[in-house]
Design a protein around this ligand. Sequence first.
Ligand SMILES: [Zn+2]
Length: 64
Amino acid sequence: MTCPSCGFTNVVRLQQVELEQEFICEGCLQTVQLKDADKSVAKAIDAIEDAMGGLGNMLRREFR
Ligand SMILES: [Zn+2]
């Protein structure tokens, strides 16, 4: 997540973005409000969960 004030790239968890939490920028120590405006992170997490679910189904078929 790049800070809008100083451009420092902070490491944040995907879940923090999905929940739109605040975090402290390590570059300028300002509070930054995380925004997942188009819900792209939420979609990405859904996609990962779908992929994992699909893998689980595949394995279940494989070992039946
Ligand atoms: Zn900053």
